[in-house]
Design a protein around this ligand. Structure first.
Ligand code: WT7
Length: 651
């Protein structure tokens, strides 16, 4: 692989679960043959296939060609004009869905707000008018830094309505991380709240934003939502309360006719080297991908109450809390707070209370539920559930089985969905009424998607051999570029193996054509289903006054999937010890966010390096995981470093 070793897949899972006759009988895609026919059509006649799918949505002007150009510089629905917000909202207002609940929101303290499609439309129009009044126009960027309150999807849809490219920053990010993202995106407006509610406490969003905005020259205005009633400082001329801006805002706002390739949003994600990159998504192609995949994978029906228990700060929240479900006219559940507040059964009580039918969450959350104990789901009636989903990292078969029996009552299919921030929508997943599932496998590609497993020269590998997961053909919702760095986009995703999209994941395909994802092959740690670059953690550590050098690696973790372990060489006079450990963990939380805190910090006088000076993270990974023998060390410059590290581990 990247460091010269091969990928070995040791998982040998043989259980197979067929979709029940009952589920299949009512499903949109109800048999393996139906899935295979759909897939075959998407391969034989891609233009006809995507034309059919896209025609279920509304376009202000038609496209002249479905796809044009050579990867990576492709355009989808060339020349067409449309609007995401219009398709999520207005499209439903002339149907019975006008008065269907679009959003059922529950705050952490238990307050509830419900928006029908018509009500949500009105709110979005008002918000869009506020943005226009502040001078925002199509092509501008707005950074959104909010907790999980209705104003978050409302702000996203308002931006989409007038063509402002939104840049949502997860509310758990620190001021420093927020500052980088505001500056890199050159946002004219920041949308935040006084505070957010999390585990009974208040997250000081406005205070963090103020700290971030000590040095953000592009920001002209800050729109502040009142959520917690905190005292916050409002800089006159710059900071404005949303409820005051709303007073003069009309609730009518025509949706802009945007080019299909107009950048609808950008979202920062971690990569191999350097700073996080702003992944840019389109309007038309993204819309078609979000719409179709949500429909196929979640089998959305008129009676469903669908809940993606993610945060809008990640791509999962963009595509499967907001755009995908609303494009389908679905009723979406949204919850503000922590899953264990006030008790470890909060999710189950919400499912019981609103009779939720579809739950989509992450393996890391499932492992927490397992740890908290079966008594919590057992206290609640979960019989409304009919379908379960997972995303973010490979799910271990034990967690899959627990989800299946304890939450799904043995009757709900599980869709294990593989995709990335960059892919925009789900790429590999079972269709719940069609695909037999094997615990731990994302199964087969969705229509239009051509994955493959290849070696480093791009040659396809035979079944059951581990290699790089790539995608051979462009697809509508693929990212269009890295904001401000098209060259990096081309290099990192399309030139690694010429002509194909490089995912950065290792995987194998079995004899049934099922994909088994083995995880990242680059220097990226997947903590609780979210990517953190080893580089980012290292930069944060070395920015501390007492650190000379640092290396971060990922190790297996029961709940988080992977956890960060950092090896740190302190500066001359500073004493290693628990005090410095605490200070460094807090420092990383301050620089990136609490979720990136190293689980463990190990102090060392020197780091193992190659003769060319590269830190040998592989050795550190082995050490941190407590593996007896470390792999090939022939390129190591100084063997005594390794011996010293081993000793420090024993001591
Ligand atoms: C990386 C993408 C897509 C939304 C959440 C994360 C890993 C994602 C699965 C899955 C195995 C998965 C991959 C991927 N991943 N889903 N079902 N099985 N691994 O988005 O932060 O862009 O991370 O998450 O390693 O490359 P992201």
């Amino acid at each position: 692989m990247a460091d010269g070793t091969s990928i070995e897949s040791s998982l040998n899972e043989t259980r197979v679960f067929q979709p029940s006759r009952d589920f299949a009988g009512r499903a949109r895609v109800g048999s393996l043959e139906a899935y295979e026919a759909l897939y075959a059509r998407s391969m034989d006649d891609p233009d006809g296939f995507w034309t059919e799918v896209a025609s279920e949505l509304e376009w202000f002007e038609p496209w002249s060609r479905v796809m044009e150009g050579d990867a990576p510089w492709v355009k989808w629905f060339v020349g067409a004009k449309t609007n995401l917000s219009y398709n999520c909202l207005d499209r439903h207002l002339t149907t019975w869905r006008k008065n269907r609940a679009a959003l059922i929101w529950e705050g952490e303290p238990g307050d509830v707000r419900v928006f029908t499609y018509q009500m949500l439309h009105r709110e979005v129009c008002r918000f869009a008018n506020v943005l226009t009044t502040l001078g925002l126009e199509a092509g501008d960027r707005a950074t959104i830094y909010l907790g999980m309150i209705p104003e978050l999807p409302i702000a996203m849809l308002a931006c989409a309505r007038i063509g402002v490219t939104h840049n949502v920053v997860f509310g758990g990010f620190s001021a420093d991380a927020l500052r980088d993202r505001i500056n890199d995106s050159r946002s004219r407006v920041v949308i935040t709240a006084d505070g957010g509610r999390r585990r009974g406490a208040v997250v000081p969003l406005k205070k963090n934003a103020d700290e971030a905005m000590t040095d953000t020259p592009s920001v002209e205005h800050v729109i502040v939502v009142r959520r917690t009633g905190e005292d916050v400082s409002m800089r006159s001329g710059r900071d404005l309360w949303l409820h005051e801006l709303y007073r003069d805002a009309s609730d009518r706002c025509e949706a802009a006719a945007l080019d299909a390739e107009h950048p609808s949003f950008m979202l920062y994600t971690s990569g191999t080297t350097g700073k996080p990159k702003g992944v840019v998504h389109s309007t038309g192609g993204y819309m078609v991908g979000a719409y179709a995949t949500a429909r196929w994978v979640f089998d959305l029906q008129d009676e469903d109450t669908y809940w993606c228990a993610a945060d809008c700060g990640w791509v999962t929240g963009h595509t499967y809390i907001v755009y995908g479900p609303l494009l389908n006219g679905t009723t979406c559940m949204m919850y503000e707070g922590a899953p264990n507040h006030p008790g470890p059964d909060r999710l189950w009580s919400i499912i019981e209370k609103y009779r939720v039918t579809i739950l989509y969450t992450a393996p890391t959350a499932i492992r927490s539920f397992i740890k908290w104990g079966d008594q919590w789901p057992e206290k609640h009636d979960l019989s409304s559930l009919r379908l379960l989903g997972t995303v973010g990292e490979p799910i271990n078969p034990e967690a899959w089985m627990w989800y299946h029996t304890r939450i799904g009552g043995g009757r709900c299919p599980i869709v294990d969905t593989w995709w990335q921030t960059e892919t925009g929508s789900i790429m590999i997943s079972p269709l719940p009424g069609a695909t037999p599932t094997k615990p731990g496998s994302g199964t087969r590609p969705l229509p239009g998607i051509v994955p493959d497993i290849v070696d480093k020269d791009g040659r396809s590998l035979p079944d059951n051999q581990g290699g790089f997961l790539v995608v051979r053909r462009p697809w509508p919702s693929m990212m269009r570029t890295i904001y401000g760095d098209p060259e990096r986009y081309e290099r990192q995703y399309w030139n690694e193996i010429p002509g194909v999209y490089f995912t950065g994941d290792g995987a194998r395909r079995d004899e049934d054509g099922y994909y088994w994802i083995m995880g990242r092959i680059d220097d990226v740690i997947n903590v609780s289903g979210h990517r953190i670059g080893t580089m980012e953690v290292e930069s944060a550590l070395v920015s501390h006054a007492n650190v000379a050098e640092a290396a971060a690696v990922g190790v297996e973790h029961d709940v988080k999937g992977q956890a960060v372990v950092a090896f740190v060489t302190p500066k001359g006079a500073s004493a290693p010890g628990p005090e410095l450990t605490d200070a460094l963990r807090d420092h990383v939380a301050k620089m990136i966010g609490a979720f990136a805190k190293p689980e463990q910090i190990r102090f060392t006088d020197a780091l193992p390096k190659t003769r060319s000076g590269k830190i040998m993270r592989r050795l550190l990974r082995d050490l941190a995981s407590g593996r007896e023998t470390v792999g090939d060390t022939t390129t190591l410059e100084d063997y005594s470093v390794l011996a010293a590290l081993r000793e420090s581990e024993e001591g």
